[in-house]
Write a protein that binds this ligand. Structure first.
Ligand code: SF4
Length: 678
């Protein structure tokens, strides 16, 4: 039996898999020893992927309402509704909501159709919920959404700082690399997190900040480094621009005990080889972009960037969060990091031969669903994601979708909470069936390959989009016959990005054959990384950005607690896949609300009893776990459960739709809440 090299379906580590098909829908999974992201290792989710490839619950044929139908009827109806909506209400009455689960090729054609041919930039993605603030911080600091690190930097770092990341659970293979650096070279680990997570338990130093306490901490740290003479003035002069008054605005109160701060500052001062990984704990905040820039400011000021074992490193949640944003999956860009200036628009329109290129940025996720509720968007096509569960204020999103005249859902699963609200359901290929590329956190581009033939009549997402495009009269621009053809067009388009000063450059792969692209690292170090030569800003210099703390939320006596949300080790998103695995489901059988024992006593909660958590938006019920891992006054709940999993622990109902002003990313942390026994 032949082993097929593919890529894990879950997180942004992007582990390579060696898969051996052992039966009709059966596969044996092992880590790919040659893949640079994981070197043969897999975590529990990747290891048990084979338990999730059955056909239970699959959407196998198109459906109009509750009626199964043929592709032609379903696609004709999608095209007709789309065309009628544009004719009657204009292109901006149409929206696409995509997903970091899609392949880069799926993203590319959906974005091209919407922005180039329909004429709307209302194309956003669930990656907005995950790492949009890191994107905005990169653009502010570097001029482009570039990541100045690779996983290799972890192997040569002496100090690794994790900000808002339970890495041991959420990015387990990155965690093993961190452990290896600690074992081999004695690297120190600092974890900055309000919770004493499984990762924080294992750190050399746990800096237990208050929710949204990141900016004061990093500002105070940078101020201390400046006063102690650790700032690399030569690097700052040569490679950075510093805004007037920058040093004066830095806080001197780190918001943590002085003893802990001194220990942290001493570790930073004495370990130049330092990597700072930041994730959702930083990004999912009303001040997420400022947090990212506070971290980048520190690295730029110390000259600890673009050198081996040094740099600020955003680790993404989803397998293709990076690929999606590079082909224009976010509503505030066109494609290949090109924006909406007249020159960029002209070049993109010429490249695509686009008849109706959109004129400016579209709506970001929270605003997009608000526009649906207000009737400004009348047609939405949702692909490979479940916003009725995962969006903040999920009850509002659900009602908005109920009101929308046309909801199209392309998905693998027949009855997700979102799919049940669709007028038209289109069956899409799942992991193990589709073929194309994904880009991980360090921008390594890997292949996902088909292991099984398509079940039922399901089609690839990119193919479905092309089928609709042809019915709209755009067939010649969407005449792709394979994902390789889509990838080659995207790779060729990056030449345009280069003409506009961007660093993304895949032109070497624009002529690749279908089987040549396997695991490409266009931004690998080794002396040639483009950021070593220049930053893609107008003057070629990186920018320090003045950032300030997120103002504390006004006290609400009825909601005295702060609610944080996050993930469990063995579940993924809304559990449409991981709940299929008996082994993965054993780790956490139900959703827990984690509460400090003193708070438990105050609010009359019992260990393993049930509690109702309420916020200004809604309420949900969880089983109580009393634990000193929580700070007093703060509680934690997981994000995964939904109606589909027959649970009342629907966390999306609780989260307010407050967003970061720069990135539009919602604040899934630090929500005002109350708790009471049920
Ligand atoms: Fe998959 Fe992420 Fe686990 Fe790697 S670390 S096996 S990519 S879930």
């Amino acid at each position: 039996m032949k082993s097929i090299r593919t890529t894990c379906a879950y997180c942004g580590v992007g582990c390579g898999i060696a898969a051996t098909v052992t039966g009709e829908r059966a596969v044996s999974i092992a880590g790919d020893p040659d893949h640079p992201a994981n070197e043969g290792q897999l975590c529990s989710k990747g290891t048990y992927l084979g338990e999730t490839v059955g056909l239970e619950g699959r959407l196998l044929d198109p459906m109009i309402g509750e009626r199964e139908t043929e592709w032609n009827e379903a696609l004709d109806l999608v095209a007709k509704r789309l065309k009628d909506t544009v004719e009657q209400h204009g292109p901006d009455s149409v929206a696409f909501y995509l997903s970091g689960q899609l392949l880069t090729e799926d993203y590319y054609v959906a974005n091209k159709l919407a922005k180039g041919f329909i004429g709307t930039a209302n194309v956003d993605t669930n990656s907005r919920l995950c790492m949009a603030s890191a994107v905005a911080a990169h653009v502010r600091a570097f001029g482009e959404d570039v990541v100045p690190c690779t996983y290799d930097d972890l192997d040569s770092a002496d100090l690794i700082i994790l900000v808002g990341s339970n890495t041991a659970w959420c990015h387990p293979i990155v965690w093993r690399r961190i452990e290896r650096a600690r074992e081999r070279r004695g690297a120190k680990l600092v974890v900055i997190d309000p919770r004493r997570t499984e990762t924080a338990e294992l750190a050399d130093l746990h800096v237990q900040i208050a929710p949204d306490g990141d900016v004061p901490l990093f500002n105070a740290l940078l101020r201390t480094m400046k006063h102690s003479g650790y700032v690399d003035e030569k690097y700052l002069r040569a490679r950075c621009s510093v805004p007037e008054g920058f040093w004066d605005q830095l806080e001197d109160q780190p918001g943590i005990p002085q003893e802990t701060f001194r220990e942290f500052a001493a570790m930073v001062a004495t370990n130049p080889r330092m990597v700072t990984l930041f994730s959702q704990g930083a990004n999912q905040s009303a001040g997420g972009t400022d947090k990212g820039n506070a971290i980048i400011n520190l690295h730029l000021s110390l000259g600890r960037i673009n050198r081996e074992g040094m740099g600020p490193f955003s680790i993404t949640g989803q397998p293709n969060a990076m690929g999606g944003r590079e082909v224009g999956g976010l509503s505030n860009m066109l494609a290949c990091h090109l924006g909406f200036s007249e020159a960029e628009r002209t070049d993109v329109a010429r490249f695509w031969q686009a008849p109706a290129l959109c004129s400016g940025p579209g709506l970001k996720a929270v605003d997009l669903f608000r526009a649906i509720d207000e009737g400004r968007i009348k047609f939405v096509w949702i692909m490979a994601t479940n916003p009725a569960v995962s969006m903040p204020d999920a009850a509002f999103v659900r009602e908005a979708l109920r009101k929308c005249p046309t909801v199209v859902v392309s998905d693998v699963i027949a009855d997700t909470d979102t799919a049940l609200l669709a007028d038209i359901r289109l069956p899409a290929l799942g992991w193990g069936e589709k073929d194309g590329t994904v880009t991980n956190s360090e921008r390594c581009i890997s292949r996902q390959r088909a292991l099984f033939p398509p079940p039922g009549s399901v089609r690839a997402d990119w193919q479905i989009v092309c089928d609709v495009a042809a019915r709209l009269g755009f067939g010649s621009a969407f005449a792709f016959q394979s994902t390789a053809e889509v990838f080659r067009e995207y790779a060729a388009m990056t030449a345009l990005a280069g003409e506009h000063g961007k660093l993304l450059d895949l032109t070497d792969w624009a002529d690749c054959s279908e089987f040549e692209y396997a695991a490409m690292r266009p931004f690998r170090w080794g002396g040639a990384h483009p950021l070593k030569r220049r930053y893609p800003t107008p003057y070629g210099k990186a920018r320090l950005v003045s950032v300030s703390s997120t103002p504390p939320a006004p006290a609400q006596p009825a909601l005295p607690l702060r609610l944080n949300t996050g993930r469990y080790r063995d579940h993924w998103h809304t559990m449409t896949r991981t709940a299929l695995s008996a082994k993965l489901s054993m780790h956490r059988r139900e959703a827990l609300v984690e509460v400090h024992p003193e708070d438990g006593a105050t609010y009359g909660l019992e260990q393993s009893g049930l509690a109702r958590v309420a916020t200004a938006r809604g309420e949900a019920i969880y089983r109580v776990s009393l634990t000193e891992a929580q700070r007093q006054g703060e509680i934690f709940v997981p994000m995964h459960w939904s109606d589909l999993t027959a649970s009342s622990a629907r966390t999306g109902l609780l989260v307010e739709p407050i967003v970061d002003p720069h990135s539009g990313q919602p604040a899934f942390k630090n929500v005002a809440a109350s708790i009471a026994p049920v």
